[in-house]
Design a protein around this ligand. Structure first.
Ligand code: ZN
Length: 244
């Protein structure tokens, strides 16, 4: 008896949660003495940690929240983008609306920051978000063609997909057109999510009509999906806070 107590006290295991000893389940006792299992308080937090890990959101981007977004002195159009993002988070998930967000137009307005703020907020609530930055994401797909199908499936089926900087550095000229590989994979992802009513968060310097010029099937679906939360940031260089 004594030795078993001593053994427990010596155990140098450093549990993250002392309540459940990382089992994520705790046993409770009913009045009649019988026991039942319940999720530990830490379970939600752990789920958020796991979701963050698989989201591909780097630690730098985890600090992009609504609180860290500077609104003071910013132009009206930036405030509209902020409001759209904030309303989206407040209303998520709202089935009667088309639940996707597009922040389009001028660079340097904080589009990525705001969509990151949505992503971080949703992950903390247990929603699975996958981050897919256009250029790096496609480099990774191309370098891992063996696992292409699996990866595309992840991008199709994630609770929420954040497509950052869509068509970055590209346009409709022959030299800068997106590759056929890119357009085919993108269509497979967008069309799946369109049919299944799965949200996307999109940032792009292109407007909807430019997206449609580059690929009408993709552009028109994005337009419809983002109908209720779409802001196109227009205006001059004064919008770019990186230059201020
Ligand atoms: Zn626990």
């Amino acid at each position: 008896m004594i030795s078993s107590t001593a053994k427990t006290e010596q155990a140098p295991i450093d549990y993250k949660c002392k309540i459940c000893r990382d089992e994520e389940v705790v046993l409770k006792r009913r009045e009649d003495g019988s026991e039942y299992a319940m999720d530990c308080e830490c379970k939600k937090e752990r789920r958020a940690e796991r979701l963050m890990k698989s989201s591909k959101i780097t630690s730098k981007f985890q600090s992009r929240t609504f609180n860290s977004f500077k609104l003071d002195g910013r132009p009206e159009t930036v405030k509209q983008a902020y409001e759209a993002a904030w309303n989206y988070v407040k209303g998520y998930p709202k089935r009667e609306e088309k639940g996707s967000v597009a922040l389009l137009g001028r660079p340097g307005c904080g589009k990525t920051h705001l969509l990151m703020a949505i992503s971080n907020n949703l992950i903390s609530k247990g929603v699975g978000v996958i981050y897919f930055p256009w250029v790096e994401g496609f480099n990774e797909l191309r370098n891992n063609l063996d696992s292409l199908d699996d990866r595309i499936r992840v991008l199709q089926q994630a609770d929420v997909l954040f497509l950052d900087d869509l068509f970055k550095g590209q346009d409709n000229t022959p030299e800068k057109r997106p590759t056929r590989f890119q357009l085919e994979q993108l269509f497979a992802i967008i069309n799946y999510r369109y049919l299944e009513d799965k949200p996307i968060l999109i940032s792009s310097e292109k407007t909807i009509s430019q997206l449609c010029q580059m690929d009408e099937a993709i552009g028109s679906r994005i337009n419809e999906m983002c109908r209720d939360y779409k802001v196109t940031l227009t205006g001059g260089i004064e919008l770019n806070y990186r230059l201020q």
